[in-house]
Design a protein around this ligand. Sequence first.
Ligand SMILES: [Zn+2]
Length: 113
Amino acid sequence: MSIETYGLDVVKAKRIRKAPKPVTRGVSVLLPMDGSNGVIEIRVGKVLDTYHVCRVPSDFGAAFRVEKFGGNSYDVCLYAPEGHLCDCIAHQHRGICRHVQSLVALDRAGKLS
Ligand SMILES: [Zn+2]
């Protein structure tokens, strides 16, 4: 008597993925707002960027220009009728960005006045 062997269906093993590490995000005040100007530092993960923040006149909400040291500048308007606004690429694509998040956090902490 011979022993028969049958092939088994190939089942692809599920790949076990590690949960992504949470990204550390935060904003620090390097130079407090003196009424219209200040300097902040925004951290997203290992990336740390320093910005000059300047309050600018606006017909609605609270408007600021944030200028990255050695980089671009962006116009941010908080509490606009259609929500928070920023003209950076991230905000255009996702509707949220580090600039808006940072200024909202600072405003809630009373650091923008
Ligand atoms: Zn932005």
